[in-house]
Ligand binder design. Sequence first.
Ligand code: FAD
Length: 391
Amino acid sequence: MDLNLTPEQLAFRADLRGWLADNLAPDWDGDRYRGPTDDGENFSLQHAWERRLHEGGYSGLHWPTAYGGRGKGIVEYFILMEELGRVAAPEGINSIGRELVGPVILDAGTEEQKQRFVPRIIAAEDIWCQGFSEPNSGSDLASVQTFARRDGEDWVINGQKVWTSYAQFSNWCILLCRTDRSQPKHKGMTLFLVPTDQQGLDVRSLRQITGRQEFNELFLTDMRVPDSLRLGPVNEGWQVANRVLAFERGTTRLYRQARFAHELNALARLVLDGAGNPMAEKVRILGRLHARLEILRLHNLRIVSRIASGQAIGPEASLQKLSWSTLHQEIMADAGELLGEAFLEHPAAERFRETYLQARAETIYAGTSEIQRSIIADRVLNLPRARKEAN
Ligand SMILES: Cc1cc2nc3c(=O)[nH]c(=O)nc-3n(C[C@H](O)[C@H](O)[C@H](O)COP(=O)(O)OP(=O)(O)OC[C@H]3O[C@@H](n4cnc5c(N)ncnc54)[C@H](O)[C@@H]3O)c2cc1C
């Protein structure tokens, strides 16, 4: 792994910094992790930012030019992620489209699907959501019950999904369905690309602990989808879904390390200004968090380096997901310890109060920490499965 950037990559970073200084929306408050609390206002602001990134030539950066991408490498993409995190830019409303659906369509889609969907994701014209989880299928995703029945050239879908982030703003959904109940549960599933304004699909929003309304329930009743919207082979949805999850765990949110560093710097400024506990203790905690963030950056670089050398993202992606999600919770818990009462009262600590709550979700979505640890134990470390208690 070569950690040095080429002169071209350094120039790319410098240009990007200049572009961000000129283009980051003046009404964007990077201190607010999620933007305005009004969901509609937040949506407009985030979507406008995604369009601006596209106009600036920074969307679809490492995707093929044949589908509207910029044809750059994964290292340039990583630089982009770091720089976006460094200025705490908006995360955007279509991260599922950009970070999951686009890569999976490029990987498993037909030529027609690539031509149809990828340019529109790059241009932020379509917004995607991910319909995997169900009321009785979260960690055990292979138990999904939403059923798609073949009917001539169409599929007819019935079932229910839950926790579908941003479905109320999306016009497309990547949907995991069972297509053959007679097969073992890891087989007999198929993925579909479905329009959310289709008859037979009802989207109902759920309000969460932060007061925001970011996820939804989907109710599917006799929804008809043409076979041309099937993604990947019939009954092999589990393999394709796992590629979605590997992207989700390994390469999405690569900006997080830099973004957390932005938060840690803000925390350090507040803490060293005098709020909270004695100074030596504060410096010790801040130093530990800084070191942990540097380790997270090395995790990121390892994944980027694997992709740059043509290797697939394997179960090691779980290390990535486990690292960033648990570290973020640790930073927020330490923010509370460092600031003491100021955590609850100081106006400048508001961002930490909201992020503390938001971070609770991070060890759940994209697979819980328990599931990541099981994958690491089983498939990375090849540890023996838990032995039965001796009689
Ligand atoms: C903010 C947020 C956004 C989300 N967005 C989406 C989305 O857009 N699309 C989507 O499809 N889903 C989404 N999800 C759902 C998410 O993927 C699931 O919540 C997650 O997979 C866990 O499933 P569950 O909630 O059903 O919990 P369960 O699977 O019921 O788990 C409950 C608890 O049991 C533990 N557990 C379960 N099985 C095991 C096991 N085998 N070994 C050890 N422990 C185990 C879990 O770790 C957890 O602590 C989102 C979730 C959140 C919080």
